[in-house]
Design a binder for this molecule. Structure first.
Ligand code: AMP
Length: 211
C-alpha cells in the first residue's frame, strides 16, 4: 500500500495513519513528526524549520524534499508507506513523481475550518510516544498524563487559534491544489473528516478495501 493522506491539519490524518500502520504494517511518513523531532534535537534542519512551524507557514520545499529522499531510502519503505501531511505543495508532489515514487491512492480527509479550529485548540499530544488526545473528545484516564507511557501531555506550539488560522490559510493556498493534481492522475478517494475516530477508521478501511 502506497498511500498519501491529504487534508487540512486536524482532519484526523495522524490518527488514521496510526490505525493504517497497525493494519498494514507499513511505516507512516509524517514530515511534521520528523521536523518536530529535529526541532527537539536542535539539528540544523530543526533550527531552520522552527521559525516556519511557529509561524504556521510551510517549511521550504528543498528542506522537505531532502528529508523525504533520506527517509525513503530506509529499508522499511520496501513494501509500502503512508505519507501523512506530505506532499503539501505541487513542487513536493512533482519531486516525488520525478523520483519515481509510486503512489497508488490519495485519500483526501476534509473537514470545515471551524471544526478544525475547535479540534486543534483542544488537542494534547504525548511528546514521548506521540499519542494524541483531546480535552473534550479523547481524554486520557488521568488528566494531563499519557495513558500509554505516563508522560505529561503537551499542547503543540502551533495549536493556538492564531497559528491554526495561518496553517489553514497555507493549506487552502498551497496544499489544496494537490487535489486537482492527483485527480488528473485518477488517484483521489474521499473520506469525511468530520466523522468520529472509530467511524472514520472503519470508513477509511472500507474505502481502501482493507476491511
Ligand atoms: P503537521 O504536523 O503535519 O501539521 O506539520 C506541522 C508543521 O510542520 C506545518 O505547519 C509546517 O510548518 C511543517 N510541515 C510539515 N510537513 C510539511 C511539508 N510537507 N511541507 C512543508 N511544511 C511542512
Amino acid at each position: 500500500m502506497r498511500l498519501i493522506l491529504l487534508g487540512p491539519p486536524g482532519a484526523g490524518k495522524g490518527t488514521l495513519a496510526e490505525a493504517l500502520v497497525e493494519k498494514l504494517q507499513v511505516p507512516q511518513i509524517s514530515t511534521g513528526d520528523i521536523l518536530r523531532d529535529a526541532v527537539k534535537r536542535g539539528t540544523p534542519i530543526g533550527l531552520q524549520a522552527k521559525t516556519f512551524m511557529d509561524a504556521g507557514e510551510l517549511v521550504p520545499d528543498d528542506v522537505i524534499i531532502g528529508i523525504l529522499k533520506e527517509r525513503l531510502e530506509r529499508d522499511d519503505c520496501q513494501s509500502g508507506y503512508i505519507f501523512d501531511g506530505v506532499p503539501r505543495t505541487i513542487a513536493q508532489a512533482k519531486a516525488l513523481d520525478d523520483k519515481g515514487v509510486v503512489i497508488e491512492t490519495v485519500l483526501l480527509v476534509d473537514a470545515p475550518d471551524e471544526l478544525i479550529i475547535r479540534r486543534l485548540n483542544g488537542r494534547r499530544s504525548c511528546p514521548e510516544c506521540g499519542i494524541v488526545y483531546h480535552t473534550a473528545t479523547k481524554r486520557p484516564q488521568k488528566s494531563g498524563i499519557c495513558d500509554a507511557c505516563f508522560t505529561t501531555l503537551i499542547t503543540r506550539d502551533d495549536d493556538n487559534v492564531e497559528t491554526i488560522r495561518k496553517r489553514l490559510k497555507a493549506y487552502h493556498a498551497q496544499t489544496e491544489p494537490l487535489v486537482d493534481y492527483y485527480e488528473a492522475q485518477g488517484k483521489v478517494k474521499y473520506l469525511d473528516g468530520t466523522l468520529r475516530i472509530a467511524e472514520s477508521i472503519e470508513e477509511a478501511f472500507k474505502i481502501l478495501g482493507i476491511e
